[in-house]
Design a protein around this ligand. Structure first.
Ligand code: COI
Length: 357
């Protein structure tokens, strides 16, 4: 990558920092952003860190019409000794290339982009919250910017990174969320794009989420698109079950997102010596386990969602309460373990954390 041009905002242009106890999710953005255009003839060029600002886009920019748009989400944490730590950034950046390949978009150089990302976070490091549970959410994004209405891979893209200090994704915080299982709508089919982080997956999920919300549910749990029996994922997180002592999560069959937190939870629970299975699981198996009193816990995993316990599941007219509507022991232990690794309360045995410098 060429040398990054840095145009820092003037002191008088810096925004006021928010109250760390009321951040919400993705509503506030920092002072700077990273941008880097691509064209088929020049490749990636003119990388720059500049003041957070609007883009100028041709109204026929292909991302706006045909959805060549992909993104990632990762976080920076401030440790007690005031170091800024990134959680598994290369896992996100290499996944972005899987998304780019599936969407016929340009490949990035993950190592070079990581350097740019570190530089950006370093410039805006005063924005990394110190409060427990608050982090700096990092959103690398790529959109097709070429002007034109032909449906084909664009020849021009814009890669950018924006930063947002965040608290919990759900209004519930770490408290259990209520989940609505839909068999009316589907998220993804095998052969489609469900396994990559492309904007359209989220657009397609909104209607089901709106309907669930009207009924008092936080999120939707998706079933497979063919038989509408097998559990896939929740709109913004992967999902885990604890049934009769066993931890179960659906396998990466091509229609669910290979979550970085999902992968971390699999490694941690296996290291704890738990019986962990990645295998197909039907909604009927879950409901029957509940009837037998064997459904001990459900929790979601995600960068934004962290570990989110599920307190209630609604399926076909039946609402079941999980673990008395309380956070389960495994969800709590995982939350504490991840938090300890991420904020540096304990050593990181996995080599997951990367310091800025
Ligand atoms: C994340 O967890 O980083 C996500 O991208 C999920 C969501 C906020 C879209």
């Amino acid at each position: 990558m060429e040398k990054i041009t840095i145009e820092q905002a003037a002191a008088g242009e810096l925004k006021t920092k928010p109250n760390e106890s009321a951040l919400g999710f993705g509503k506030i953005f920092t002072d700077h952003m990273f941008v880097m255009p691509y064209s088929a003839d020049k490749g990636w060029h003119d990388p720059a860190i500049k003041k957070y600002q609007n883009f100028s886009l041709d109204p026929s920019a292909m991302a706006l019409h045909y959805g060549q748009a992909i993104f990632e989400g990762l976080k920076a944490y401030r440790s007690q000794d005031n170091q800024i730590r990134l959680f598994r950034p290369m896992a996100n950046l290499t996944r972005m290339n899987v998304s780019a390949a599936r969407m016929c978009m340009a490949q990035i150089d993950p190592g070079q982009v990581l350097n740019a990302l570190k530089k950006l976070v370093s410039i805006d490091q005063a924005w990394v919250p110190a409060a427990k549970g608050a982090t700096l959410y990092i959103r690398p994004t790529m959109i097709a910017t070429e002007a034109g209405l032909g449906v084909r891979p664009a020849l021009e893209y814009l890669f950018f990174i924006i930063l947002s200090p965040v608290g919990a994704y759900y209004a519930e915080g770490f408290n259990p969320v209520r989940i609505y299982v839909t068999d009316k709508y589907v998220r993804a089919v095998r052969g489609g794009v469900g396994h990559v982080k492309t904007a359209g997956n989220y657009a397609a999920s909104i209607m089901a989420a709106v309907e669930a919300k009207k009924l008092g549910y936080t999120q939707v749990l998706w079933l497979d698109a063919v038989e509408r029996r097998y559990i896939e994922e929740v709109g913004t997180m992967n999902i885990f079950f604890k049934i009769n002592g066993q931890i179960i999560t659906p396998p990466l069959g091509g229609s669910i997102l290979p979550g970085v937190t999902r992968d971390s939870v699999l490694q941690i629970t296996r290291d704890w010596g738990m019986d962990v299975q990645e295998r197909p699981i039907t909604i009927t198996e879950v409901m029957e386990a509940n009837t037998r009193g064997e459904l001990e816990e459900i929790f979601g995993t995600g960068t934004a969602a962290v570990i989110s316990p599920v307190g209630e599941l609604y399926y076909k007219g039946e609402a079941v309460t999980i673990n008395g509507g309380n956070t389960g022991k495994v969800a709590q232990r995982l939350y504490d373990e991840l938090e300890a690794i991420q904020y540096g309360y304990k050593p990181d045995p996995y080599g997951w954390m990367e310091l800025l410098a």
